[in-house]
Design a protein. Structure first.
Length: 376
């Protein structure tokens, strides 16, 4: 008789454990006070000001800090100082740039002169190559393999897009006589160039995505967006999919088709496509069983899943993303969230944070006189 009861007892105990786990997960996801207790007391996710590795900076030098991979760079007075996540100085490079525009992808960084014609390409902590173009640099992009696309302008064309390989060899130019190139990106296998262009000449604004073969320098696909849906950013998710952010939508464009991934609504406060194979939005919510005023919603590119992180009534002042992490700046507090919607780190400051910089595995909290480093 006792042997027959044991299986039933095991089922009951298993069911109770399962229910407790479900209730705990639900409470952790939807109840900020409970989540804060777990994160603080059990998971040790909270970090605070003055308890981190720090880089001292002088605001009189007009420094430009940035993060990439697991490095922090500080450009000042034509010198680039590169630090690791322990604030150790790894290298110092000469970069003759006055007003920099900086773009990074993985271990590669481009630094160009805003409204100038020269640029530098850095890999890890070393200067890989540098170049100049004819015309004025408007935008610059680099892929994870070091291939560079530059959007330039001159007196003849609205825009020119120039492509370089990772050794600094120019591969080709494409000329846009009637549209302005707003952004560009190169696929992860170096095979395709995506250009986001806008035509302002008519009564409505027209945006277009052209996909070009890098081998042939020919257009192989065009996507025309709805009227007044303006292209703002492009990022390749893989070998084929160019994820394109417009003012009203997010669209995946390949060499042979397109797919609308998301349509914006009036409740969207922030949006980003700068996450590995994901995109994210901060959206206002006002009703529902477990309603919160704001939610961070993270969507994988290749599925219909939705990862949620509840912000309660806290609207971020800033959202930045890189690699697999998203950083939300509330002013004197920062949440660092994974692409799966879980809290990685929470940072609390006694004063207002000036700015954030986000690498793939590092976050810099910028103040007037220092950068505090969070190793993610």
């Amino acid at each position: 008789m006792e042997n027959r009861k044991n299986p039933k007892l095991k089922v009951i105990i298993t069911s109770i454990i399962f229910i407790i786990i479900v209730i705990t997960l639900a409470a952790y996801t939807t109840n900020s006070s409970f989540r804060n207790y777990i994160d603080t007391k059990l998971l040790n996710k909270h970090v605070s000001e003055n308890n981190l590795a720090t880089i001292e900076i002088n605001s009189d030098d007009n420094p430009t800090p940035f993060a990439y991979d697991d490095y922090i760079g500080v450009l000042r007075k034509n010198r680039l100082l590169i630090y690791n996540n322990k604030s150790n100085l790894l290298n110092e490079l000469t970069i003759n740039i006055t007003t920099p525009f900086i773009y990074s992808n993985g271990k590669y960084v481009t630094i160009s002169e805003k409204d100038g014609n020269k640029f530098y390409v850095i890999n890890n902590t070393n200067l890989l190559w540098q170049g100049k173009i004819d015309g004025k640099i408007e935008k610059i992009n680099i892929n994870q393999n070091g291939y560079v696309s530059i959007i330039a302008s001159n007196s003849t064309y609205k825009s020119i897009v120039i492509v370089f390989d990772n050794n600094g060899n120019e591969l080709f130019k494409t000329f846009l006589p009637s549209t302005y190139a707003m952004c560009s990106a190169i696929s992860t296998n170096n095979s395709f160039l995506a250009i986001g262009e806008v035509n302002y000449s008519g009564t409505v604004i027209k945006s277009n995505i052209r996909i070009m073969s890098i081998d042939s320098a020919k257009i192989i696909y065009n996507y025309s967006a709805p009227n007044n849906d303006v292209i703002t950013n492009i990022k390749y998710a893989d070998k084929e999919k160019a994820i394109c952010m417009f003012t009203n939508s997010i669209v995946s464009v390949t060499s042979n088709g397109n797919n609308v991934l998301y349509n914006m609504n009036n409740n969207i406060a922030f949006s980003t496509i700068n996450i590995s194979n994901h995109f994210a939005v901060v959206e206002g919510e006002s009703s529902g069983l477990f309603s919160h005023k704001y939610q961070l919603k993270i969507y994988p590119i290749n599925s219909n899943n939705e990862n949620l992180y509840f912000l309660d009534n806290k609207l971020p002042k800033q959202m930045l993303a890189n690699g697999k992490i998203i950083a939300l700046n509330y002013g004197s507090e920062v949440d660092i969230i994974t692409q799966n919607g879980t809290l990685k780190k929470n940072y609390i400051s006694s004063k207002q944070i000036k700015d954030l910089i986000v690498g793939e595995s590092i976050v810099g909290i910028i103040y007037k006189d220092k950068i505090e480093i969070i190793d993610v």
